[in-house]
Write a protein that binds this ligand. Structure first.
Ligand code: PHE
Length: 345
């Protein structure tokens, strides 16, 4: 090959390289062009390998031309790369663009169920007195739901609870949270301050104030020297926190087989403030819970020594408290899952 031919081929190579660079559609194609022209086995290298066949005095000239071709192509490659990258970025920005002037999509926020809200408030108030929340099972043994609570199988007091029995002998749907007292006494060591919220079941005719499932919160305190006065003070503080400072409360005698003495705890009616209205059946008072000193037999069944430990227990209807707090007149609404009702809380 002579100088002229080689120079002509080099200039042709430069031109076709520039064309290829100009038409490369993306950085990948550009990469391929670079390899094809300037790579270790690229066209420029191949062409320049013919340099050895030239006369010695021509070789530097061809070398200089070759270097210039390389420089021109490299500069063109760099320029095109910048161009392609800018175009790619522009396309991506256009594709992923966000119109910040559009109105936002509102995130719908849920709210707590009124019974959960009430439960938390009850736990918060008793928590300040050191009560800790436990939970017992909804399916209970006849033993813990009744017998250990001093209610033998043929005891007339069983009529107080219309029980839903399971088809497994000895097992039933708990009719109250009181079997939790036995669970806690058998597991914990006094001093005990336990709160046991949970779902209960009774075979009731359903109406505005009765459901076949409902919620209770059980309280249990066991220590040395615990008295009825402690119970009175605690419940009074609870009523003030729940229904407002200065709200009058009272104890009335009551009866439960597992407490002795037993009481009903009344709060002055929040609707009529004692004047007497339909909500409180004209009495001016609302009974919110049953309570009493834990019966010695129950302490024994819980594995405790009644000569050393005494305690009190109380059980309140969560639905009842929620009704008073929110002014609702039908407890069936709590479990109907009607959003128009639930969204109000
Ligand atoms: N378990 C009783 C009920 O369901 C309430 C209660 C609890 C009474 C604890 C006294 C002590 O009616």
């Amino acid at each position: 090959m002579d100088l002229e031919t080689l120079s002509a081929r080099l200039s042709y190579l430069q031109q076709s390289g520039l064309d290829a660079i100009r038409t490369a559609a993306d950085t990948g194609a550009l990469e391929a062009v670079q390899v094809a022209y300037l790579g270790r086995r690229g066209e420029l290298k191949t062409l320049l390998s013919g340099i050895g066949t030239l006369p010695t005095e021509d070789r530097p000239r061809v070398g200089a031309i070759g270097n210039r071709v390389r420089e021109v192509l490299e500069a063109a490659l760099d320029a095109r790369r910048v161009e392609l990258e800018a175009a790619a970025l522009g396309a991506r920005l256009a594709r992923e663009g966000v119109d910040v002037t559009l109105p936002g999509r509102p995130v719908r926020r849920g709210s707590l169920h009124p019974l959960i809200e009430t439960n938390r408030e009850i736990a918060r108030v008793f928590g300040q007195f050191g009560f800790v929340v436990y939970e017992g099972p909804e399916v209970e043994t006849d033993v813990r739901n009744f017998q250990a609570l001093n209610i033998p199988p043929d005891h007339p007091a069983r009529d107080l609870w219309d029980t839903l029995y399971t088809d497994v002998p000895g097992y039933l749907m708990r009719t109250h949270t009181s079997p939790g007292q036995i669970h806690v006494m058998q597991q914990a060591v006094p001093p005990i301050r336990a709160l046991l919220p949970g779902r209960c079941f009774r075979h009731e005719a359903v109406d505005a104030s009765h459901g076949f499932e409902f919620f209770q919160v059980e309280g249990l305190m066991v220590d040395e020297g615990t008295t009825l006065a402690d119970l009175r003070g605690l419940l009074d503080a609870f009523a003030q926190a729940m229904f407002g400072r200065g709200r009058p409360t009272r104890f009335r005698p009551g009866y439960y087989p597992f407490t002795e003495p037993s009481v009903a705890f009344d709060v002055q009616c929040v609707v009529c403030a004692g004047a007497g209205c339909a909500s409180c059946k004209r009495t001016g008072w609302m009974t919110i819970l049953g309570a009493g000193m834990v019966h010695p037999v129950v302490l024994c069944n819980g594995g405790l020594d009644p000569d050393r430990h005494q305690g009190f227990a109380f059980g309140m209807g969560t639905d009842r408290i929620a009704i008073l707090r929110y002014g609702i007149d039908d407890i069936r609404m709590f479990l109907e899952n009607d959003l128009r009702f639930l969204e109000q809380f």
